[in-house]
Design a protein around this ligand. Structure first.
Ligand SMILES: CC(C)(COP(=O)(O)OP(=O)(O)OC[C@H]1O[C@@H](n2cnc3c(N)ncnc32)[C@H](O)[C@@H]1OP(=O)(O)O)[C@@H](O)C(=O)NCCC(=O)NCCS
Length: 427
């Protein structure tokens, strides 16, 4: 989940000072023992082929060998008696709607429970049905008595290069248990059942991200946010008015031109697929972990879809020189009388002219993405500090968020990857 804008250094200092004064007043001398949080045990994760939380990974490679087909468990894992497994058939409007409702009411919230991701139905179809998707990997749990969908987890196939090694794997996403069924150890059963179904198709590795810190991330990225509609973001408490700045000054500070500035910047079309495939795969080559896109992948993931994925190219003298994309993921604003949601754009894949070697090319390309996002009505533009993003964040007025995103591999050890060496974006 994306975090909110951080406070300024002065605000932090003032808050720290007043907290300290309060503690002193109560004569609450914190001892080291009191300050240390309890260490989680990872009862489930300890049983899985992942590195231990404190392990220093020195070499890449699978943790367990592939299981031969005849040794893979053929029966579904047992659920408590009142529940049953199902494939969620999102080609059926009714089931797509059930999944949308489960997620929109129960999926990821920020730490203060102010915002909750609101993936649209069209977004879910895009995210869950890429080339090679399997119905049995869109796994749900229903209540037997009334058929209500109460939990979900998904896997989609993908090919990812991990250092020099090309790995066929699944990307796991949308793990969700209904709020009323939390902390009953249902999540481990969902993870084990989807893993079993993936093993049956001959895949033994997975890639996933989470805000929570589990054994053991290959990389930890931070969210950054660029205000496009600062007034609304301040009203919903996503961000705060900077000290000594008025609302009018803040609005002016974040103002953007009405139209993209790069000559030849235009929406991506079918006929750009080959050029984008080549540009993007070349660019992603310079990162330590990155997907490898087939032509079908490019068509699926990057051809614009209304209100879901926005993609643009820069065309110069009939040649495509740059490419950039972002996706639309709103968050519901919980309990705000004035605003129902925040419309957020998330930076997806891109390739600046010259493979990002020139700072000015990155800056100009991402700046144009901000401009079109603003003109499409987005309130905020979010990204992580991966790929070449970090170089231009300050300059383009992104603020550091308070959210972290951990990247994990299942059944594959991988030496730590710095965010700027990471070339993979999950939804
Ligand atoms: C994440 C969620 C499914 C976990 O379910 P839960 O009812 O809280 O927890 P359960 O009792 O079923 O399971 C606990 C185990 O799941 C693990 N777990 C919790 N969140 C996890 C995550 N995001 N990914 C993988 N494992 C996770 C815990 O570490 C614990 O295992 P451990 O004993 O080895 O530490 C649930 O909290 C939820 O739906 N949250 C909102 C949506 C969300 O955050 N989804 C994850 C997006 S990455």
């Amino acid at each position: 989940m994306s975090g909110k804008d951080n406070m300024t250094e002065e605000q932090k200092k003032a808050l720290k000072q007043s907290l300290q004064a309060f503690i002193n007043q109560l004569s609450l001398q914190q001892t080291t023992a009191e300050a240390e949080p309890e260490k989680p045990e990872f009862k489930f994760w300890k049983t899985q082929p992942v590195p231990a939380i404190d392990e220093e990974v020195k070499e890449d490679g699978p943790i367990e060998a592939d299981t031969p087909y005849d040794q893979i468990q053929k029966e579904e894992y047992a659920l408590p008696a009142s529940f049953t497994w199902c494939n969620v058939n999102i080609d059926e409007e009714k089931e797509l709607n059930e999944l949308y409702t489960l997620l929109t009411e129960n999926y990821v919230e920020d730490d203060d429970a102010l915002f909750r991701f609101d993936y649209s139905s069209d977004f879910l179809k895009w995210a869950l049905q890429p080339p090679g998707w399997k119905p049995q990997w869109l796994l749900g749990v229903r209540v037997k008595s009334n058929n209500k969908l109460v939990a979900f987890i998904s896997g989609i196939p993908s090919t990812v290069r991990i250092h020099e090694h090309e790995q066929k794997l699944v990307e796991i996403n949308f793990l969700c248990v209904h709020k009323k069924l939390r902390t009953k150890r249902l999540a481990p059963v969902l993870i084990k059942e989807v893993t079993r179904r993936i093993h049956l198709e001959g895949i033994f590795q997975a890639l996933y991200t989470a805000g929570v810190h589990l054994p053991k991330p290959i990389s930890v990225c931070r969210y950054y946010h660029r205000s496009l509609n600062p007034k609304k973001l301040i009203e919903v408490q996503f961000s705060h008015l900077r000290r000594n700045k008025t609302m009018a000054q803040t609005i002016k500070y974040f103002r953007l031109p009405e139209k993209p500035l790069l000559p030849g910047f235009r929406e991506m079309k079918e006929e750009d697929i080959d050029a984008v495939q080549e540009l993007l795969n070349n660019y992603l080559n310079k990162f330590e972990v990155a997907p490898i896109f087939s032509r079908d992948d490019i068509q699926h993931w990057l051809i614009p879809r209304k209100d879901v994925i926005f993609s643009y190219v820069v065309e110069k003298d009939g040649k495509i020189t740059d490419f950039i994309s972002f996706y639309n993921l709103s968050s519901s604003v919980i309990g705000n009388p004035k605003h129902k949601d925040i419309k957020a754009a998330y930076l997806f894949y891109y390739c600046p002219e010259g493979n990002g070697s020139k700072y000015s090319a990155n800056r100009a390309l991402i700046n144009d993405a901000l401009i079109v996002a603003k003109s499409e009505g987005f309130d905020v533009f979010n990204c992580l500090n991966l790929m070449d993003n970090d170089d231009v964040l300050d300059d383009l007025k992104f603020g550091k968020g308070d959210g972290l995103l951990n990247y994990y591999l299942y059944n594959y050890k991988c030496v730590d990857v710095k965010p700027k060496k990471l070339g993979v974006v999950l939804l």
